[in-house]
Design a protein around this ligand. Structure first.
Ligand code: ADP
Ligand code: G6P
Length: 486
């Protein structure tokens, strides 16, 4: 096919779907999570292929999964190609290497790491499996865009297979500073593997700086240049580019949803259900990086310090269960539930319950109605690559109401610092006061801040991000950069 235009092929650990069994029949629904929410509109617009794991469903055979994915092709502008893992691979590569080593370490939770030697072998094996799947579904003209920490070795395996592919990588989570990165037992291999990509994107300048500092430790002869958002690493005759490109959301989609009469009506109904009390809203995957117990404690402290808020504010926390087979996640769920019942036990009065906890995935219309109904968006991760929830909260406030309280350790803080109230999530008094400030902020200030926030989220949306990434991956120059920190 000599004249076929270049195709985009995405590889990520997870396909943008969730499979489940209902009445003995295999069903498929849309997946949640930052990576999926960001990439789906991009591939929907451009077409192409998406390679990843479909997830495991007890009782479903691989052929059945392949069949249902092939069926989705009829309504979808892009093709889903499954990579099937064995139970052992899932345990050692996904639960082990990815989520018990790389995830906690890169988020600065060293004490939660379990450096089991078998994990890395499985990591290599699964990355090789992804590379061979890519090899059979791509040709030299395609651009392969690999995503996230689960797949940092794919380009290295493609090279070992002597396959020539344009291959770029984006890391959706933080890249740690050298003192943390050096704790990784497989540190040199991962750095060298990453350097096999032609272009490597990170969310912020801090990540670019951390990465090039680590490169200098392991590649003494590398010539490293870095200026602002950009850097190049020359290794003999080869050059690898790196850049800070903060991911965005589909602003117009959220904005449009928030103006829809049915969504507005639902938002009014939610407010009404809470009898006109102020609403604070949190939305997270149930993950220790999101700072949920700490956030609850700060809310409790706010109630303690500002008794006039008793019966006048409700904290709605939506949590989507995540990685439940990893021990830390199961423990976190218990901890969060205990904190909530202790706060509710202490403060509930008459018909007022201070914290309402919902544990499920919400359809987007319902999610936007909640964003819109919320006077305060409370986003306080202890560390986060970007955090899309903070951007969605702003995009949903087309009425310019609402105040965002945001952790300074979320990548999004680089872009949203002028309109949000920034907090250090470890400073519970500071977070408690920020929540109070947000609740009593005069209307004029809220509107002014929300305008600034919405401008930032609109200007650098997910299409800007994807276009810029693809330009950068083909060596082209990008002009319009947001502030991405330093
Ligand atoms: P992460 O990528 O770590 O999960 P982000 O904040 O970047 O965190 O992205 C989370 C994404 O998942 C957002 O798009 C958010 O709307 C979606 N999401 C999170 N929890 C839920 C939920 N309970 N129901 C529906 N969508 C959710
Ligand atoms: C974050 C990560 C993604 C991951 C998602 C959901 O957004 O950056 O790579 O897919 O969380 O986590 P899960 O382990 O369920 O895929």
């Amino acid at each position: 096919m000599p004249n076929r235009p270049s195709r985009l092929v995405i590889a990520s650990h997870r396909l943008p779907i969730v499979l489940f069994m209902e009445d003995g029949e295999l069903k498929v629904i849309h997946g949640a999570g930052g990576l999926v929410t960001a990439l789906k509109p991009v591939l929907t617009l451009r077409g192409g292929k998406w390679i990843g794991c479909p997830g495991t469903v007890p009782g479903a055979r691989a052929e059945e999964v392949d069949r249902i994915l092939a069926e989705t092709r009829q309504e979808s502008p892009f093709e889903l190609i499954p990579v099937h893992l064995t139970e052992e691979q899932h345990r050692l590569y996904y639960e082990g290497a990815s989520n018990s080593v790389i995830w906690p370490l890169f988020h600065d939770f060293l004490s939660l790491c379990d450096f089991d030697g078998r994990y890395f072998k499985a990591y290599e094996e699964v990355n090789r499996l992804f590379a061979s799947t890519l090899a059979s579904h791509t040709d030299e003209k395609d651009l392969i865009w690999v995503h996230d920490y689960q797949l940092m070795e794919v380009a290295l395996h493609l090279k070992d297979m002597r396959l020539h592919r344009r291959c770029a990588f984006f890391l959706h989570i933080p890249f740690p500073s050298p003192d943390i990165y050096l704790k990784l037992p497989w540190r040199d291999r991962i750095i060298r593997a990453l350097l096999e990509f032609h272009f490597i994107g990170f969310h912020t300048v801090r990540e670019v700086r951390n990465f090039v500092q680590c490169v200098k430790i392991f590649e003494k002869d590398a010539l490293v240049r870095r200026r602002g958002n950009w850097g190049t690493i020359t290794l003999g005759s080869r050059m690898v580019s790196v850049g800070a490109l903060p991911i965005g959301i589909d602003f117009r989609h959220f904005d449009r949803l928030s103006r829809h009469p049915a969504v507005r009506a639902r938002a009014a109904e939610i407010k009404n259900n809470h009898r006109g009390r102020k609403i604070i809203f949190g939305v997270d995957r149930l993950d220790y990086t999101k700072g949920i117990p700490e956030r609850l404690t700060a809310f409790e402290l706010m109630l303690e310090r500002h008794p006039e808020m008793l019966k006048n504010v409700t904290f709605l926390q939506l949590l989507v269960p995540s990685r439940e087979t990893v021990r830390e996640y199961a423990e976190l769920r218990d901890r969060v539930e205990r904190r909530i019942s202790s706060i509710n036990g202490r403060f509930s009065q008459d018909d007022w319950v201070p914290v309402i906890f919902m544990s499920r995935s919400m359809p987007q219309e319902e999610l936007v109605a909640h964003y819109l109904a919320a006077d305060v968006g409370l986003v306080t991760p202890r560390k986060d690559g970007m955090n899309l929830v903070s951007k969605e909260y702003c995009a949903a406030h087309s009425d310019l109401s609402g105040t965002l309280v945001l952790s300074e350790f979320a990548g999004a803080a680089c872009q949203l610092q002028r309109g949000a109230i920034l907090v250090n999530p470890n400073d519970r008094e500071g977070v408690a006061e920020a929540i109070y400030q947000a609740l009593v902020m005069p209307e004029g200030d809220k509107r002014r801040r929300m305008k600034i926030l919405r401008h930032a989220v609109r200007r650098h949306d997910v299409f800007w991000w994807a276009d810029s990434f693809l330009l950068a991956a083909s060596g082209k120059h990008i002009k319009d950069f947001p502030t991405a920190g330093d």
